[in-house]
Design a protein around this ligand. Structure first.
Ligand code: NAD
Ligand code: 6OD
Length: 502
């Protein structure tokens, strides 16, 4: 494991004024009325980035009201072409301000710029572009005639925007995951109130500047900062002016939001946690399986919902796989976001670092062999940051906490298996069902095993290879519903069926 030393983070060109966040309500930036705020810290070295205002009920009321008025006013009256042209300009403006978004995202998260410049920021723009294409090209009506009993009638379903959508997003891929919801919501004619994660307020705020610049009508995109319980998050999900809630985050938070959504019977879309398996068969291409598993375990410091935390390897190649993954982990370069050679950043916060370290300790208490890592690296003048070592275990029982619970850190457990049936059973043996990766060169096996994975997304000989038109979501405790391409119509529109007797 190579450690890169710190230089002052002031080297970034991001405007000092932009390091403080603001709510964006009805087309205007505001600090709100609660008088409460919190300090935003960079997890690289715990240095202060700026202040974030905490929204209360008044800010949520104002944002929902603005969103409703935009829906009933200019946004609702715009043609699909006008609306989608504006959103295509949003995508272009994100690309024009690429560096501002990149620096803001890396300040908030500490993640390597090499990653954010390839994944987070381009996807922020692509999420608008792709859903404008969907909204422009997909017919939003469906017809049936005549009726099955021969009665002459014309039935047609009109897909209408659902209304005011609450978007509650997490901190791990802040712009990517927020726009993954805002893009389809707006393209399909809704308006939004976003409550970004308290850990990562900057890019949601910056997107307000983009909306202003390209002339998206006021009230279409609103942002209120705050926390979850007894704060902006809960006030938003409880608000009866909200017509639907789309959430990405922890399963337990999803449960609380579903309880809130029950009041007033509002639909939810839930993208939740995972404890994702990788199945590595002896007939895999070892190079590719190691390269892919390195990414799926350690990308974004293990803070990807789709990431692998359980690796099952067919016994004949188990020792070699463990040896090679260990070598890969020990070769990772921990360092500053703006060092192009960095491939592992810090965790998101001190609190999350303590959670991950508690699992590192628990793994040892549960009897794990620590193949590598398990502690805190010496990062020199960045030692106040949220750093942990990339970690690999073997030898845990199948029901151990570290094998069953989502850790969301740069770590995995590797266990051998002997038969395909055993591998499938092990892969499906947690409460979660988000994603799986299967590594084999036998295409019959690939299809057979993939079809038995109890997950929403199964990659074969790849990981996080995304086509935004495909169905995305989780099974079991990993979520409810699918978004992506035309699948997003399900949540972001409501069908009114009109039956006309002929
Ligand atoms: P989190 O659930 O703690 O927070 C997510 C958001 O919910 C934040 O904005 C938070 O302020 C808000 N929130 C918290 N309590 C709330 C409440 N009672 N009412 C309303 N809002 C509330 O999640 P996180 O720690 O930010 O993100 C990490 C988690 O997200 C992991 O479990 C990860 O697997 C999951 N995740 C899932 C997906 C997916 O697509 N399935 C994608 C990314 C992350
Ligand atoms: O790629 C996506 O659309 C998506 N929602 C990714 C989620 C990653 C989870 O951390």
């Amino acid at each position: 494991m190579t450690v890169h030393q710190s230089k002052p983070f002031e080297s970034l060109s991001i405007d000092k004024a932009r390091r403080d966040a603001a709510h964006f309500i009805n087309g205007e930036f505001t600090q709100g009325t609660t008088g409460k705020s919190w300090t935003n810290y960079c997890p690289m070295d715990n240095s202060v980035i700026g202040q974030v205002p905490e929204g209360g009920r008044a800010e949520i009321d104002a944002a929902v009201k603005a969103a409703r008025e935009a829906l009933d006013g200019p946004w609702g009256q715009m043609s699909v072409v006008e609306r989608t042209n504006l959103l295509a300009e949003v995508a272009d403006e994100i690309n024009r301000r690429f560096n501002d978004f990149l620096e803001a995202e890396c300040l908030d998260t500490g993640k390597p710029m090499s990653m954010a410049s390839h994944i987070d920021i381009p996807r922020g723009a692509a999420n608008f572009k792709m859903f404008t294409d969907v909204a422009k090209t997909v017919a939003t009506e469906c017809f049936t005639t005549p009726t099955p009993d021969g009665t002459g009638a014309l039935n047609y379903g009109l897909r209408r925007p659902r209304g005011v959508i609450a978007v509650i997003s997490p901190w791990n891929l802040p712009l990517l995951l927020m726009t993954w919801k805002v893009g389809p919501a707006l393209a399909l004619g809704n308006t939004v109130v976003v409550k970004p994660s308290e850990e990562t307020p900057l890019t949601a705020t910056l997107l307000g500047e983009v909306m202003q610049k390209v002339g998206v009508p006021k009230g279409v995109y609103n942002v209120v900062h705050g926390f979850g319980p007894d704060s902006a998050g809960a006030f938003l999900t409880e608000h009866k002016g909200v017509n639907g809630i789309t959430f990405t985050g922890e399963t337990r938070t999803g449960e609380a939001i579903m309880r809130a959504a029950a009041g007033g019977i509002r639909p939810v879309s839930m993208e939740l946690g995972g404890k994702n398996p990788a199945l590595v068969f002896a007939d895999c291409d070892m190079e590719k399986a190691i390269e892919g598993t390195m990414r799926s375990v350690f990308a974004n410091c293990g803070q990807v919902c789709l990431g692998t935390e359980r690796v099952y390897v067919e016994r004949p190649i188990f020792d070699e796989f463990v040896k090679r993954l260990k070598a890969g982990a020990e070769n990772l370069k921990l360092g500053r976001p703006d060092d192009p050679t960095t491939n592992l950043g810090p965790l998101i916060s001190q609190e999350h670092k303590q959670k991950v370290l508690s699992y590192y300790k628990k793994a040892v208490d549960e009897g794990a062999n620590v193949i590598t890592g398990g502690g805190v690296p010496d990062m020199g003048d960045m030692n106040d940051g949220a750093w942990v070592e990339p970690t690999i275990w073997t030898g845990l029982a199948d029901d151990a906490a570290c094998v069953q619970q989502e850790i969301f850190g740069p770590c995995c457990h590797i266990r051998p298996f002997d038969t395909e049936e055993e591998a499938i059973k092990l892969a499906n043996s947690t409460d979660y069902g988000l994603a799986a990766a299967v590594w084999t060169e036998n295409s019959s096996r690939a299809h057979r095993v993939a079809s038995k994975m109890d997950v929403g997304i199964c990659w074969v000989n790849s990981w996080f290879l995304r086509d935004l038109r495909t169905a995305f979501g989780g099974a079991k405790a990993s979520g409810i519903g699918r978004e992506g391409g035309v699948h997003s119509l399900e949540f972001y529109t409501e069908i009114t069926n009109i039956c006309l007797k002929l």
